[in-house]
Each structure stands twice: as structure tokens, then as C-alpha cells.
Design a binder for this molecule. Structure first.
Ligand code: ZN
Length: 317
């Protein structure tokens, strides 16, 4: 019998995980052309005592593997011995993208632009639909793990939804080096969660298809900080202060050429400081890329050949 002090039973795709039990459940998504079934493994940790249900997910973009490794390490190290509530861990949401080393599903659609999805839609839309209907209803809040897209490398950072004080508090509790508000993108997981009033933060760290140990370890620490803050894990050890950015801006390339960054990600910058060089491929024309204001660099594009207007540095103050 369910008593007020006892946590709810988590039900995903008809599979029940009662309080006090842990279980690996799977939701079936689709088959490969060869007939192999693709399903999403979901680890459920359900404590006896009532508390919030936290969703931890990675690989919504299949090539953003730092998050996948973050959750894998946490599972391997048995870090979900929670005192109350439940944790739902999805190490790879977009399995199709993961096995193709791709952000998207095979038809080129982005699952994180396909929420809440449709039952009879495209593959990305079906993945989103299954997830929205089977996983989201069980969840109170979420941490979504990403990296920079393409060859952009993100200094460890947390993004929360503007005007959502609950998501801002989660972002502060995470304790990444920086955190800031970012707008909701149409079709994103976070937007659908926000409409359901379920606070969600996005941890962005490192770049696609490349492990970044600092990003992974800060991710593990951040998740533990949030679970501690919610009273689900013992008190976390003290972290360096997380800096809040009031505004952010992309510094873009004024011309095409070879791009050579000259600062480290996470560096403090002063207005007018040279951040990098754009140099002509054939002649010796070189142009400096300068800081627009005093602040910090929290993303660097590591693409060597750039076009006019390409995003080079993401800076904030
Ligand atoms: Zn992403």
C-alpha cells in the first residue's frame, strides 16, 4: 500500500519500479533496415522514501559523448544510492545518432528540435513522442547533458530558462564554472519540459566526439551537487564559486580564412584584447579578432577554415 512517506512507483512503458527497487527498463523505438531492434535503455533508481524524480539524460545529440561518459561513470561508480525520490538515467537518448557518430537521426533531423513529437511522424519525431509520453510524465525536473555542436568547444557551463526561478536555482546548485539564462528553442526537450512546468537545466561542456575529462568530472560533481541540494544524496564537498553571466554574445568572423584562436577557453578577457587571428590562405593578410567587452570566453570554435559570419568565440559578462 502506498503511504504518504513512501515514494511513488515509477512506471515506464508498462514496467513498474516500486519504491526501494532499481531496474533497467527499455523503450522500443524502431528497427534498423536489417531488422535489429533499437531501444533506449533507461536506468531507474527508486528510493523507499518519497521525494522528487530527477531525470538525467545524455546523447540527445548522438555525437555529444561527454554526457554519455559522465552518466556511464556515475553508473559504474554506483553513485545513485539515493536517500529519497527517484533518479531516471538515460545515457544515450539518440541511439541512431550515437551509432552513426552524428548529432541527428539518419534522415538528418534533430531530435532536440522534434519535441513533443508525433506518433506517426518522422523518426526523430517518433523518438521524441515516445520519450514525451513514456518518460516525461514520471519526472519532476531534468538535467540534460550536451557539448558544443560541430567543432565548437564549450567551457563547462549550465543554461537555465529565463524567468524560471526553479531552473535558475538548479543551475546555481550545479556549481559549474559559469551559468546563465538562455532562450527556449522551438521543438527542444527543454521547451516541452518548461511547458509542463518541470524545471530543466542544460549542462554544456566540451565538444562533440571528443572526451574532455574536466567536462566529465565537473558534470559528475554538478549532478551530485544538485542531488545533494534536493536532499537525495549526502552533502557535497565545497566547490569553487559558480559565476553568473548577465549577457552573452557571439564574436563572429569578419572575413573568410584560416582561424587561429590565441586564448584558452574559460579565460577572462578585457575589451580590445586579441582573442585570435583570421589569416588569408594565399597572401599574408591577417586580421585580429578582438574582445567586444570585459568578460569571459566560454566557447571556442576549433574549425580551422572559417567563412564570413562564422561564430568564433562565445563571450559573456
Ligand atoms: Zn547538444
Amino acid at each position: 500500500m502506498h503511504t504518504p512517506e513512501e515514494n511513488k512507483t515509477i512506471v515506464i512503458n508498462g514496467e513498474k519500479v516500486p519504491p526501494g527497487k532499481n531496474k533497467l527498463v527499455r523503450i522500443e523505438i524502431a528497427r534498423l533496415p536489417t531488422g535489429t531492434l533499437i531501444d533506449i535503455p533507461i536506468h531507474v533508481f527508486n528510493a523507499k522514501k518519497a521525494g522528487p524524480t530527477v531525470l538525467l539524460q545524455a546523447g540527445l545529440h548522438g555525437d555529444e559523448i561527454n554526457g554519455v561518459e559522465t552518466l556511464r561513470r556515475m553508473l559504474q561508480q554506483d553513485r545513485f544510492k539515493i536517500k529519497k525520490g527517484a533518479v531516471i538515467v538515460v545515457p544515450i537518448l539518440n541511439i541512431f545518432g550515437f551509432i552513426h557518430f552524428s548529432r541527428d537521426v539518419p534522415d538528418g533531423k534533430d531530435v532536440n528540435r522534434s519535441f513533443p513529437g508525433r506518433k506517426t511522424g518522422s523518426l526523430a519525431s517518433r523518438i521524441a513522442f515516445n520519450y514525451t509520453s513514456m518518460v516525461m510524465p514520471q519526472v519532476d525536473l531534468a538535467i540534460d547533458l550536451h557539448t558544443g555542436g560541430g567543432q565548437r568547444s564549450n567551457f563547462p557551463q549550465v543554461r537555465y530558462t529565463a524567468d524560471d526561478e526553479n531552473s535558475k536555482a538548479l543551475a546555481a546548485a550545479f556549481g559549474a564554472p559559469i551559468y546563465f539564462a538562455s532562450r527556449l528553442i522551438a521543438g527542444s526537450f527543454r521547451k516541452t519540459m518548461s511547458k509542463l512546468n518541470k524545471p530543466t537545466i542544460v549542462y554544456e561542456a566540451g565538444e562533440s566526439m571528443r572526451f574532455d575529462d574536466q567536462a566529465i568530472e565537473r558534470g559528475i560533481a554538478g549532478i551530485q551537487n544538485v542531488l545533494s541540494k534536493l536532499g537525495m544524496l549526502p552533502k557535497a564537498k565545497k566547490m569553487p564559486k559558480s559565476n553568473h553571466l548577465e549577457s552573452t554574445k557571439w564574436v563572429r568572423s569578419s572575413r573568410a580564412g584560416m582561424f587561429i584562436p590565441e586564448i584558452h577557453n574559460g579565460s577572462k578577457i578585457t575589451k580590445g584584447q586579441v582573442l585570435g587571428m583570421i589569416t588569408d590562405v594565399y597572401s599574408k593578410k591577417t586580421r585580429q579578432v578582438k574582445a567586444p567587452f570585459d568578460g569571459v570566453v566560454f566557447c571556442i570554435n576549433h574549425q580551422a577554415v572559417v567563412n564570413q559570419g562564422d561564430a568564433l568565440f562565445h563571450v559573456g559578462r
